[in-house]
Design a protein around this ligand. Structure first.
Ligand code: TRP
Ligand code: ZN
Length: 888
């Protein structure tokens, strides 16, 4: 395998390299100290040049009254070339400036209040980290969260230093006609030699991680929004020329989010302009910089021919998420990075709630629970398990995790359920009234909820402090003579790294009881399990009921103790859509685990009648709610099954899942064909929930059909591929064809590439579909794709599309007994660590899950981790993931 770099990287000069003789330091929450100096205002001047940008900064500093006495100023810095520094207008001689080992500066003997001016030179062209100021598609763009501002200028780069910024950007008018930053525009002018400048003033104090600049040859889709109190806001979405027609859905989503936040929380936008800019090279989904959100193009651009329904939904969610940060994150921000979930958990909760309100709430909830279990449960059971509010980190970028985001959102949702929607709204009002323009902690948020609700939430705070997914066990007793039903709930939280023992947490259990005929008994409601074990007694129950527990998934726990029979009953009868869906999932997982045993004992597999009955029932109701059926029909994922096993067996799980899909596809071939015919697109393309649901169900049917009858599946897939007027249908057809082996596969892939080679986001799909194909030869194909001219290690979307999709979306291929999958991933990690350390540290995760694999696989995975760890100059982020992954 050859991995191409456009420019040779010098390992020594790259950032954040850990000296392997001394491991990188661990930052601890308990060591928090307020900053010695505060910054009241920042005047920045950026003169943009591709390889030598000049940044002048004038900071108004004063001693922090909340910190002790001290006259040493600490400034963070990274990859900066210092040109000059002056204190109160007097140049600082070199001996006054102590260069810290980490790139920062220390200045001793500073007065209580002063002005500091610095000038530095930085090299955006050489910045492949995509943190700080870098170039994407010829334009200039910044990414400062979490610690990127220190790559732009010397600064106390921590979120509890909030300042008012004035930013002047200067650049060539030809290359950079558009110059954007935070806040409101405040002047512009011409300069000699074809250059020009624009000034931006942000009236709101903000932490440095929310600073942003975007400059280049951009065009805008423009719109307007009038806030509830009458403020006129100019909206613009900035993209590369030619993409302006693909911003409509993002703009609609933005306006809906702005209105929703006014209606739901009384929160209005607070500047005259709101800009969004999109770039192709971005480490994450998007960034909530004040007044200038910067997005990965994946979460902005959509046309029916190029974007799938999932892409449209992702855009709505991410646009809303970043917008909602304006209050939960920006106006009220985090004291330190251990509080990350203060803004992320809360804002994910808000974007999920928004999406539920925009479409089918039940279906959105299922999809989010599925995601939580697919990503967060394994994390919480693995070597990187950490509390929603972590106690320590080496590299903060490693803590932008499903635990901080998704589990954090579940905690907010649980609190809301516990105190009620009205008290929650009062709590939000109180939180913002108390802490506007402050940098605060998770305790502050919980305290606001507690005070608004008049409820003691101190025990609830344990949820933030303890890692691990609680197991909720149910036992029952029914006494027919006394007509008494007793439900016994107990909880246990497994040990996690550094936390061998746990205290019980309050678990809200939304519940109901079903009579033997499926009727709902009176008395459904909310139980609160506060202790390790509790009995709940129901009197006057005429016959043994079936408990329906965790309705709406009222707590992020694993529920155990229900029998297969009870699960089947709930799947068929419960009134709660989540419990119906989940019971079907759990039923099938239990049967899949049994079949894994059969497979390993080399006994023949047979389709369990209960699994067939579930499919028959789902098919019977499919057209009543296509979106729900499309979420319900697919079998639980291989990873979800593996997550329930002490030692996974990727081959056996894959074989069993494949067998079941084939058997169900064959058994219900006529029903699936009927759905595929009945749901064929009629009329114009729409992206509302109903249309999305119909396409999803139709494509789920095609998938089953192809499993049951390869020839018929291929015939239909080819026709669908040729006729598709939208990317959802085309891609679903391509997925079926890409699993096959005949000439249709090669032909479809070649045609897809030829048609879409100029559309990077569609090409990503072409890579991902091949990386996830269920084929014996997939590893060799993925290795060949890593040498494809369209593969680029510098583009995070492309890396995720090929390497991420393979390592995380194709478990049986990644865990191939040869160990080749592990070797491939480790080689990519090593190459990537010299280019983009954040991406390297992210993509390494699947290798760290070795405890769940058998001894032979585990040894090979550890050997690859050791190989990575032995690399001199490894970044501290990759070092942290790999060393923790090895259990060090
Ligand atoms: N705060 C961003 C969000 O909305 C996350 C983010 C964007 C980020 N880019 C990043 C985090 C780069 C770390 C590094 O969730
Ligand atoms: Zn966020």
């Amino acid at each position: 395998m050859v991995l191409f770099f456009k420019k040779e990287q010098n390992l020594e000069s790259s950032t954040k390299r850990a000296l392997m003789t001394t491991p990188p330091p661990t930052i601890r929450r308990e060591d928090y100290r307020p900053p010695a100096f505060l910054v009241d205002s920042v005047e920045l001047h950026l003169s943009l040049h591709p390889a030598a940008t000049r940044v002048r900064a004038r900071l108004a500093l004063r001693r922090n009254p909340a910190a002790g006495p001290g006259d040493t100023l600490e400034l963070d810095g990274e990859e900066l070339r210092l040109i000059s520094a002056a204190l109160d207008g007097v140049a600082l001689p070199p001996e006054r400036l102590a260069h810290r080992g980490d790139g920062g500066l220390r200045i001793h003997g500073v007065p209580a209040a002063f002005t500091l001016e610095t000038e530095v030179e930085i090299d955006p062209d050489a910045n492949s980290e995509l943190s700080g100021l870098y170039r994407s598609g010829g334009n200039y763009v910044t990414q400062c969260e979490a610690e990127g501002f220190r790559r732009i200028t010397y600064f106390p780069d921590r979120p509890d230093v909030m300042a008012r910024y004035t930013t002047t950007i200067e650049a060539g008018r030809e290359d950079c006609p558009v110059l954007l930053s935070n806040g409101n525009p405040d002047g512009a002018g011409e300069l000699p030699e074809g250059r020009h400048w624009v000034r931006w003033v942000d009236p709101h104090p903000k932490p440095s991680y929310l600073f942003a600049v975007m400059a280049g040859d951009l065009v805008a889709l423009r719109d307007r929004f009038t806030t509830a109190s009458g403020r006129e806001v100019a909206l613009a979405i900035w993209v590369r020329r030619g993409d302006e027609d693909a911003c409509g859905h993002a703009m609609d989503s933005l306006k809906r989010a702005m209105r929703w936040d006014e209606e739901t929380y009384g929160l209005e936008y607070d500047l005259d302009v709101f800009n969004i800019a999109a770039v192709s090279d971005f480490n994450m989904g998007a960034m909530e910089n004040k007044g200038l959100n910067i997005f990965n193009t994946k979460y902005i651009l959509a046309r029916p021919e190029t974007a799938t329904d999932a892409d449209y939904e992702g855009i709505e969610t991410v646009v809303a998420h970043e917008y909602f940060h304006n209050w939960t994150g920006n106006r009220v921000t985090c004291r330190d990075w251990f509080q990350l979930s203060l803004k992320e958990g809360l804002t994910v909760f808000r974007d999920q709630h928004f999406s539920e309100d925009m479409g089918s709430a039940a279906v959105k909830r299922l999809a989010n629970v599925r995601r939580l279990r697919a990503a967060q449960f394994p994390e919480d059971a693995g070597p990187m398990a950490h509390p929603v509010r972590p106690d320590s980190y080496v590299e903060i970028n490693n803590f932008y995790t499903p635990t901080v985001y998704q589990k954090g959102a579940e905690l907010v949702r649980m609190m809301r359920r516990l105190i009620g929607a009205e008290a929650f709204r009062r709590g939000m009002d109180l939180y913002i009234a108390r802490h506007d323009n402050q940098a605060v902690t998770i305790e502050d948020f919980v305290a606001a909820m507690q005070d608004a609700a008049g409820r003691d939430l101190s025990r609830f705070a344990r949820w933030y402090a303890q890692a691990g997914t609680p197991e909720l066990r149910v036992e029952e007793a029914y006494d027919p003579a006394a007509r008494r039903y007793t439900l016994t709930l107990s909880q246990a939280i497994p040990p996690t790294p550094g936390q061998p023992e746990k205290l019980p947490v309050p678990i809200p259990v939304a519940f109901g009881l079903l009579a033997p005929d499926g009727a709902e008994l009176p008395g459904a409601g909310l139980l609160l399990l506060e202790e390790a074990r509790q009995d709940i007694v129901f009197e006057n129950v005429p016959a043994k009921p079936t408990p329906s527990l965790l309705r709406g998934y009222s707590a992020p726990v694993r529920l155990t103790g229900l029998s297969l029979e009870q699960l089947g009953f709930l799947a068929a009868h419960d009134t709660d859509p989540f419990v119906r869906w989940d019971s079907a999932q759990q039923y099938r997982v239990a049967e899949m685990l049994r079949l894994v045993g059969e497979f390993r004992a080399r006994r023949p597999l047979a389709l369990p009648e209960g699994v067939a009955a579930i499919a028959a029932a789902q098919l019977g109701h499919a057209l009543e709610d296509p979106a729900f059926a499309a979420e319900s029909l697919p079998l639980p994922s291989e990873d979800f099954v593996a997550d329930q096993m002490a030692t996974a067996d990727p081959e056996a799980i894959h074989a069993v899942r494949r067998f079941l899909r084939q058997a169900l596809g064959a058994r219900f071939a006529a029903r699936f064909a009927g759905l595929h015919d009945a749901l064929a697109e009629a009329g114009p393309y729409r992206i509302d929930g109903a249309a999305i649901g119909r396409r999803a169900l139709r494509n789920a049917a095609l998938h089953y059909l192809a499993a049951g009858d390869a020839a018929e599946g291929e015939r239909r897939a080819r026709a669908q591929f040729d006729a598709a007027g939208n990317m959802t249908d085309q891609l679903a057809a391509l997925r079926v064809l890409a699993h096959g082996s005949g000439p249709a596969r090669q032909e479809a892939l070649a045609r897809f590439h030829a048609r879409w080679k100029a559309e990077p986001l569609v090409l990503d799909k072409w890579f991902a579909i091949q990386a996830m194909a269920e084929r014996d030869t997939v590893l060799a194909e993925v290795q060949a794709l890593a040498d494809h001219p369209d593969f680029d290690l510098r583009n995070p979307n492309r890396v995720r599309a090929l390497v991420g999709a393979f390592a995380m979306g194709n478990p049986s291929a990644f865990h191939h007994a040869s160990g080749e999958g592990y070797r491939f991933l480790a080689s990519v990690v090593l190459a990537l660590d010299a280019v983009n350390t954040q991406m390297a540290a992210r993509i390494v995760s699947p290798l760290t899950d070795w405890k769940r694999q058998d001894a032979a696989r585990g040894a090979m995975m550890r050997a690859e981790l050791e190989r990575i760890l032995a690399r001199p100059g490894l970044s501290k982020g990759t070092y942290e993931k790999v060393s923790k992954g090895l259990g060090h």
